[in-house]
Design a protein around this ligand. Structure first.
Ligand SMILES: Nc1ncnc2c1ncn2[C@@H]1O[C@H](COP(=O)(O)OP(=O)(O)OP(=O)(O)O)[C@@H](O)[C@H]1O
Length: 369
């Protein structure tokens, strides 16, 4: 797997390495999570995502191959380390907290069971609850927590024993949009920014953008694509990554703020858009917009405040009643527009045509990347 830019040390063992097959599921995987890196695991239903987590967590045994956690073999022909001794933590869709313990007790449970003295375990538990924005909930029992609050506590509990790798199985999918957005930022903070290694199974583009350093895409039990998150999403090769992206995505740096926000790329492309509140000027961001929001022109549209980008077309394909027109900017950013067959004819579009794509700033969403 491509090492993480800057963070993974070439000499450090991967936090997780699964090179294993489960023949009865027709799954044969080769997936690595470098130290300090969050890897998003993507794929359609039945692609093998849960099987990957189950192999890592020790819920199923591989038919052949090996599983390593923090450089230590936890499953191979000769060895089998049970789940509790693997130094992995699993966060599922449902928080599954102990109902009779308060939040602090839930988070301190793992360290206490491992022999940490009570006072030290409580201190550490409170620190983690504060990191996930749940310090004020320390004394509450699970029945007194909202879904989002309970999932924060479950996250703190997963982190408490100091696992080598955190496994997250669609951790936001049971939450409403608002709670999911908040927890997504918490995950970004405690995983990606804190340099904790994790494998995150998700179906959500926003999770990938906010939390993941890199992605692996699974299809029919095999890895079909892997690489840095923005690279895979902006130049998807697998059908699944293309569908997930489903949008135009341009990575760059944020300049300005609010109504004046601009994403600048290294090759001179600028896109005005609406930034997510979590975006900060000067940081890496991704501008996204739907192909349906793009208009195609042969000449610059007069007096328009829209973003205007030169594109050389390389493909036209029918998508329902519209034609998806694809091409690349001079800097190599791949973009798509969905327009009517009538427009395609009127503009005389064909591969090789040089056109201008325009999109209103109000149609461009900017997310932290
Ligand atoms: N308990 C099981 N016994 C046998 N086969 C299974 C079992 N669980 C999953 N499979 C099969 O293994 C393959 C991989 O499934 P897996 O659950 O890992 O996919 P997934 O990507 O997690 O899917 P989803 O997004 O639906 O959760 C599929 O062909 C599935 O039918």
């Amino acid at each position: 797997m491509t090492p993480s830019p800057g963070r993974a040390r070439a000499d450090a063992a991967p936090a997780l390495a699964v090179r294993a097959a489960v023949p009865e599921r027709d799954v044969d995987l080769d997936v690595e999570v470098p130290p300090g890196e969050v890897v998003a695991v993507l794929g359609a239903n039945g692609a093998g995502k849960s099987t990957l987590l189950a192999l890592a967590a020790g819920i199923i045994r591989p038919g052949s191959g090996t599983v390593h956690v923090g450089g230590r073999a936890v499953a191979d022909g000769a060895r089998w380390v049970p789940p509790h001794a693997r130094r992995v933590a699993l966060l599922a869709q449902e928080p599954l907290l102990f109902p009779h313990l308060d939040a602090l007790g839930n988070v301190a449970f793992g360290p206490r069971a491992a022999g940490t003295p009570r006072r030290e375990a409580s201190r550490r538990a409170l620190e983690l609850l504060e990191q996930v924005g749940a310090g004020h909930l320390a004394g509450r029992r699970p029945a007194e927590l909202s879904g989002g609050q309970a999932q924060r506590v479950a996250l703190a509990r997963a982190l408490a024993p100091g696992p080598d790798v955190v496994l997250l199985d669609e951790p936001l999918s049971a939450l409403d949009v608002g709670a999911a957005a908040e927890l997504r930022q918490v995950l970004r903070h405690v995983l990606r920014e804190a340099g904790r290694a994790a494998a995150l199974v998700t179906h959500d583009l926003l999770d990938v953008l906010a939390v993941a350093d890199s992605v692996v895409v699974l299809e029919a039990g095999r890895v079909v694509e892997r690489g840095p998150a923005l690279e895979v999403l902006s130049r998807p090769r697998s059908a699944f990554a293309a569908r997930l992206a489903g949008v135009n995505l341009v990575a760059g740096t944020l300049a300005g703020a609010g109504g004046e926000a601009v994403v600048r790329t290294g090759d001179g492309l600028e896109l005005h858009g609406l930034p997510d509140p979590a975006c900060e000027p000067g940081t890496a961001v991704a501008a996204t917009f739907s192909p349906r929001a793009v208009s195609v022109h042969r000449a610059p549209p007069g007096g328009s405040p829209r973003n205007t980008v030169p594109v050389t077309l390389d493909a036209l394909e029918l998508q329902g009643e519209l034609v998806r027109v694809r091409g690349a900017t001079p800097g190599g950013h791949r973009l798509a527009a969905d327009i009517t067959p009538g427009s395609v004819a009127a503009l005389d579009l064909a591969p090789g045509a040089r056109v201008l794509f325009t999109v209103k700033a109000a149609e461009v969403s900017i997310y932290p990347a």
